[in-house]
Design a protein around this ligand. Structure first.
Ligand code: ADP
Ligand code: MG
Length: 328
């Protein structure tokens, strides 16, 4: 980042003063970070956000960009049942970005990461044509307790946390500032700019032996299809059970359907669990203040491969795996 500030000064400005994770032997300051392994399983995920593709300057402040880029990664950890521990950040900075704004990106990440005592342990800083932020996260699960997409079985209850479609509704409001001036404006834009991953709920499920989990980054339809395909089962969803925030009622019914089924970036959790352990899931939801809703059941596959069906007004239709591309 030669254009903005001395690279070493910049790295120094984002370097944590101390590390909180006992697994961190070496963080920023050498050629690589060192994490001491324990008896747990380590989960690693990476995600990139690019200006103009994943966000626009007019809809996301630098702080929001940082918060959300770490949130997207932490949500993947939650979907694996892992406790967040550390993150690394590779930033490409374009000439039109000021150093103070890049530091704000790191402030946004730190604000979210502090929730679980996460440590920033390394990264890379380069200049390039457009701003992009690549975050890599590390987390830990108890041995053999990762929540795989292939864990769903016939007879399972299908559940989802929170409400769906909020993030895309929020984006709609940010792109069309005068379209709706209603009282939920802040809720919806907040859900788009600073999504809160469902880590605490996921960790409270640690005692449940078998659980399939997926986080909703690309929309319910897409994530449900991933579980159905990987688990080789059919998923039967009820349209009327899909949780929507009251704010969505202000929009056209087609938009409500579009956003709640295909709108991504809500970072809620979609899961399946045996009927016997569904009670435990509801208890974990209560203990962590997480809204959770049963939205369907898993059945043995009826065709060649696992599929998703959505029942509306008594009629069941295939729910295709399609996502939502906002700036394309
Ligand atoms: P190297 O040349 O060995 O790759 P760098 O000069 O790129 O080292 O980085 C020095 C230290 O600063 C390393 O520990 C690296 O992980 C860390 N670092 C560089 N950029 C970032 C960043 N954007 N976020 C966090 N740590 C960073
Ligand atoms: Mg380097």
């Amino acid at each position: 980042m030669i254009l903005l500030m001395d690279e070493f000064l910049f790295i120094d400005s984002i370097r944590p003063k101390s590390y909180r994770q006992p697994s961190v032997q070496q963080g920023i300051g050498d050629d690589g970070a060192v994490i001491r392994q324990t008896a747990q399983d380590m989960v690693i995920a990476v995600d990139t956000m690019v200006e103009g593709i994943h966000f626009l300057k007019k809809t996301m402040s630098p702080y929001d960009i940082g918060f959300k880029s770490l949130a997207a990664n932490v949500s993947d950890l939650a979907a694996m049942g892992a406790a967040p521990a550390c993150y690394l950040v590779s930033v490409t900075v374009s000439p039109d970005w000021k150093t103070a704004d890049v530091q704000d990106i790191f402030r946004g990440m730190k604000a979210l990461g502090d929730t679980w005592n996460m440590d920033l342990i390394g990264g890379d800083t380069v200049t390039g044509g457009e701003l992009s932020v690549t975050v890599t996260v590390l987390g830990f699960t108890q041995r053999d307790r990762a929540r795989y997409r292939f864990n769903a079985q016939a007879g399972d209850v299908i559940f989802v946390t929170g409400t769906l479609g909020d993030s895309q509704a929020g984006l709609h409001l940010l792109m069309n500032p005068n379209s709706h001036s209603e009282r939920f404006h802040g809720h919806l834009t907040g859900r788009h700019q600073r999504p809160m991953p469902r880590v605490d709920f996921s960790l409270k499920l640690a005692h449940i032996k078998r659980l399939a989990l997926n986080d909703i980054s690309d929309g319910l339809a897409s994530e449900a299809n991933e579980i159905a395909e990987r688990s080789d089962v059919d998923m039967h969803l009820e349209e009327a059970c899909i949780p929507k925030h009251p704010a969505l009622a202000a929009f056209e019914p087609e938009l409500q359907t579009q956003w709640s089924l295909y709108g991504g970036e809500d970072y809620e959790l979609l899961g399946t669990v045996s009927t016997q352990e569904w009670d435990d899931v509801q208890k974990a939801a209560q203990l962590t203040g997480t809204p959770v809703q049963k939205i369907g059941i898993v059945k043995a596959k009826s065709g060649e491969q696992g599929r998703v069906y959505l029942k509306k007004d008594g009629i069941s239709r295939l729910l295709q795996k399609k996502g939502y591309n906002h700036f394309k």
